[in-house]
Design a protein around this ligand. Structure first.
Ligand code: PMP
Length: 422
């Protein structure tokens, strides 16, 4: 078989940057990507024959490990019945019911094909419901690549945003307001000025796209209160955290309910799927029963639905607390090993997610996340990969464990970390 290096050269002739999603090109960690031949349990094998313990887990979906047998069986069975119908199928109801059962604020669900579609559509719905245009998001939170969410902070405290990439018109992001994560005072200040024009706050209720950042005590409830006061909707983007931070997502664990919730990743068990949901009074505004249009040729795809049902049913039987305790122990051991080698570290952890930042500052928002030394992280990534440990190829991402990771995996990971000297 061709090597990763040969494949990457070839890929760059036909795919921009050789990839179909930028971070996996490994540019920010100064190396070329590995091409993967197969994955099973906690492990992946590159086309070069290298075996790796995986802590990316497809960026979150593979919570039960790669190649989990009941998901494979469900998907195979579904494929045998036809890949796509463009007409309703029973599994769409079943997956919706599993989601509704697990996430308390959700009474109805609309399936889509990705997290990006979920957030984009949830915002459209919030705008339709409130008749307002503006949305408040937080610096460092990622909600997919639709235009209105690709805003970066302009000058001044919150409120002023500019396109974060060419191709996004200024007119589109003018309605996107920004505030620092965990800064309720900034949110309040924005609402005092713009409150009657704001359709929604969208937030990763545990943030996973600037590395892992936890909500400060009272932050989520504060957002809930502000939304209630001003008649805006609260959208929790649980694309990463849904069914991971707890079986009922962040909202079950923290006891704060969203008006609309966006989901992805885990609900497809590795197949392309997303969803948004909420109270029926909101969801019934979506076409065809309501006036807010949203559609999808492959939405509710029978193979993805079957895989999603198998995933959520299996997750309901798993011991989340045990996984959380084992993940915390791993993260603490890795941190201690790095500190022994002279690095200053900050650890953020919850459930089966953690980030080790190469900084001694507490990380509570995007500004503090950026104090993490990205150059050292790059060297760390390359060292770990050479030792057969696959970490996220960026300093601003999470480390994911799964129910498939074993104590032996953790020991091998710790051994690899111990020999990292910078
Ligand atoms: N929201 C969050 C919180 C995400 O982490 C992501 C993707 N990492 C998205 C939305 C977009 O999902 P997708 O890549 O499936 O479009």
């Amino acid at each position: 078989m061709a090597s990763s290096s040969d494949l990457f050269k070839h890929a760059q002739e036909v795919l921009p940057g050789g990839v179909n999603s930028p971070v996996r090109a490994c540019k920010s960690v100064g190396c070329d990507p590995l091409f993967i031949e197969k994955a099973d349990g906690s492990r992946m094998w590159s086309v070069d024959g290298q075996e790796l313990i995986d802590y990316v887990m497809s960026w979150g979906p593979m919570m039960l490990g790669h190649g989990y047998q009941p998901i494979k069986d469900a998907a195979h069975k579904a494929v045998d019945m036809g890949a796509s119908y463009g007409a309703p199928c029973p599994d769409e109801i079943t997956l919706a019911e599993e989601i509704i059962k697990m996430i308390p604020s959700i009474e109805m669900v609309r399936m889509v094909n990705s997290g990006t579609e979920a957030t984009m559509s949830a915002l459209r719905l919030a705008r339709g419901i409130t008749g307002r245009d503006k949305v408040l998001k937080f610096e460092g939170c990622y909600h997919g690549h639709s235009d209105c969410f690709l805003a970066s902070a302009g000058s001044g405290l919150a409120t002023f945003s500019i396109p974060g990439t060419p191709g996004v018109p200024e007119g589109t992001v003018k309605d996107t307001l920004l505030a620092p994560y965990n800064d309720l005072a900034a949110v309040r200040a924005v609402f005092e000025k713009e409150g009657k024009n704001i359709a929604a706050i969208i937030v990763e209720p545990v943030a996973g796209n600037m590395g892992l950042v936890l909500p400060a005590e009272g932050f989520l409830q504060g957002l809930r209160d502000i939304c209630d006061e001003y008649g805006a909707l609260l959208i929790f983007d649980e694309v990463i955290t849904g069914f991971r931070v707890s079986a009922g997502g962040v909202q079950k664990r923290f006891g704060v309910e969203a008006d609309l919730t966006t989901l992805g990743k885990i609900i497809g068990g590795g197949f392309p799927v997303g969803a948004y949901g909420g109270k029926s009074k909101f969801m019934n505004r979506i076409s065809p029963c309501g006036d807010v249009y949203q559609a999808g040729t492959l939405s509710g795809n029978p193979v993805a639905m079957a895989a999603g049902i198998a995933t959520l049913r299996a997750l309901q039987k798993q011991d989340y607390e045990a996984l959380e305790a084992r993940t915390l122990k791993l993260a603490q051991d890795l941190k201690a090993a790095l500190e022994v080698n002279g690095f200053k570290m900050t650890l953020n952890h919850i459930a089966s997610i953690f980030t080790l930042f190469f900084t001694d500052k507490p990380v509570t928002d995007f500004a503090s996340a950026k104090t993490g030394d990205a150059d050292i992280y790059s060297a760390f990534y390359r060292h770990m990969r050479a030792k057969g440990i696959n970490l996220a190829p960026s300093a601003f991402e999470c480390t994911f464990t799964s129910f498939a990771h074993s104590e032996a995996d953790y020991e091998a990971t710790l051994e690899a970390v111990k020999s990292f000297k910078g």
